[in-house]
Write a protein that binds this ligand. Structure first.
Ligand code: NAD
Ligand code: UDX
Length: 468
């Protein structure tokens, strides 16, 4: 197999950036270049004060060690393609907004454009690695495009190497992955390309954690993994509704169920609903795939995981309104957390966006505080969530605050939407003093000690527990 010396990554986002920065760190003998069309993003990766475009614990340290040594960020995609022996395609694959499959299918336009650019520019053989999450058999389309455009002495081998990192823990996930999955054609050439990529990971990943499979299995495994993870959350969230109605406690139920070694304790935390750029998109993608394969029962099964998640968000907003004496009009609600989970500044599909939109449509005033999300991002997400509401109206209803304490001042209720550790450590006694009474707390993340807050005087409502 070819020994990889130069790696290019197309797409400097949440996946391409951290993944290839870690490859550069662990493989000092390999030159890694990450390219993107977005100049501002590349400038941020290259910024002198390391104001990187994404917030991820440990990432800055990795970039500080490698940038300028064997890790480079650039917008010169063509040069990158010409020089590389192995190219990761790590571009975005959002849900299609229009056309066939709108609302379900993945928009593969970015993958296709990147593939065509590789075909047009390459003058030597390349291993092309599909890193983006794509529907089953996308590699086949990439291969067709590359082969139809290849020049003499220029062969392309396609691999699928989906990424399993979770945001907020990306660096530790990359340092010690549960597994690295590589899919290839089962031909001698395919297997050789697979061995080349496995050789890169072998610099730090134990051999028994590098799994090699067929191309299609690899592609489907990524969708399957996300669907099964999200299904656990929807299952536990469905049970949280039963707990609220019966007096059971979802934490106790999840603990008892997770103790069964066949189920396992992780990823069973009830919440306001899962968010993030992957779960919903990848499940809808699986639903679309199932429908295209004429498997309507399979499609309906997975679709329900997303529907349960929508229900969970709706149910939570309704519980807030019900508890606040059936109206929140004109009331001030503090929303703590805007990111889709803690330790990230990413807001894609964040449950907080839906909750705030619901509060706005009840004509409440909303104070928002998140330790990582920028104001610009919050305004743009809120505008996108309520396309028919003029920006001035949103700005009149919503205030973005610099601290949790500031957000809670004069509020009637606090809603915990993201499980940031600092919300656990707030001086809740002080918060209580500055709130309107009765002061309500709605814990959508099972984060705070309900008994301690009740002792202070708060009226606490926790997801998966009956109202007191
Ligand atoms: P992202 O939007 O953060 O980054 C993608 C980048 O690709 C953007 O900066 C965009 O400008 C760039 N790009 C698009 N087309 C390009 C082109 N032709 N040339 C150069 N640059 C181009 O997306 P992301 O979150 O990094 O996700 C990338 C892929 O990885 C998606 O398929 C996603 O499903 C998958 N994935 C994401 C996660 C996650 O946690 N975010 C985890 C696993 C897999
Ligand atoms: C997910 C997958 O975990 C990862 O393997 C894949 O590569 C990308 O998609 P990510 O979306 O970054 O990662 O974060 P994850 O930790 O999975 O959380 C997703 C959402 O589920 C978050 O909103 C989180 O708060 C929520 N969640 C997670 C729960 O509500 N309960 C849980 O027990 C776990």
């Amino acid at each position: 197999p070819l020994k990889v010396n130069k790696i290019l990554c197309i797409g400097a986002g949440y996946v391409g950036g951290p993944t290839c920065a870690v490859i550069a760190l662990k493989c000092p003998h390999i030159t890694v270049t990450i390219v993107d069309l977005n100049q501002a993003r590349i400038d941020a990766w290259n910024s002198a004060d390391f104001a990187l475009p994404i917030y991820e614990p440990g990432l800055e340290d990795v970039v500080r060690q490698c940038r300028g040594r064997n890790l480079f960020f650039s917008t010169d995609v063509d040069k990158g393609i010409r020089e590389a022996d192995l190219i990761f395609v790590s571009v975005n694959t959002p849900t299609k907004k229009s056309g066939v499959g709108a609302g379900f299918a993945a928009d593969l336009n970015y993958v296709e454009l990147a593939t065509r650019q590789i075909a047009a520019v390459a003058t030597s053989s390349k291993i092309v690695v599909e890193k983006s999450t794509v529907p089953c058999r996308t590699a086949e389309s990439m291969r067709t495009i590359l082969e139809a455009n290849s020049k003499p002495n220029c062969r392309f081998d396609i691999l699928s190497n989906p990424e399993f990192l979770a945001e907020g823990t990306a660096i530790s996930d990359l340092f010690s992955p549960d597994r690295v999955l590589i899919g290839s054609l089962q031909t001698p050439e395919g297997k050789a390309a697979c061995a080349s990529l496995a050789g890169v990971y072998a610099n730090w990943v134990p051999e028994n954690r590098i799994l090699t499979v067929g191309l299609w299995s690899s592609e489907l495994s990524k969708l399957a993994a996300n669907a099964m993870l999200a299904q656990r959350i929807s299952s536990v969230n469905a049970l949280s509704a039963i707990c609220e109605a019966t007096g059971a406690n979802i934490d106790e139920v999840a603990h008892a169920v997770g103790y069964d070694s066949r189920v396992g304790p992780k990823f069973l935390k009830a919440s306001v609903g899962f968010g993030g750029s992957c779960f919903q998109k990848d499940i809808l993608n699986l639903v679309y795939l199932s429908e295209s394969l004429h498997l309507p029962e399979v499609a309906a099964y997975w679709r329900q995981v997303v529907e349960m998640n929508e229900y969970q968000k709706r149910r939570f907003s309704k519980r807030v309104v019900d508890t606040l004496f059936n109206t929140i009009t004109g009331k001030r609600i503090a929303v703590l957390g805007f990111a889709f989970k803690a330790d990230t500044g990413d807001t894609r599909e964040s449950a907080a966006i839906t909750l705030i939109r619901d509060f706005q449509s009840e004509r409440a005033f909303v104070n928002i505080y998140d330790p990582q999300v920028s104001e610009t991002q919050i305004w743009s997400d809120l505008a996108e969530a309520s396309p028919t509401v003029p920006a001035e109206t949103i700005k009149k209803q919503v205030k973005i605050c610099g601290s949790a304490l500031e957000a809670c001042r004069d509020a009637e209720a606090v809603v915990i939407a993201t499980e940031w550790k600092e919300f656990k450590e707030i001086d809740w006694k002080e918060v209580y003093q500055h709130m309107k009474k009765p002061a309500f707390v709605f814990d959508g993340r099972l984060l705070v000690d309900a008994a301690a807050l009740t002792a202070i005087g708060f009226k606490v409502t926790t997801i998966g527990r009956p109202s007191l």
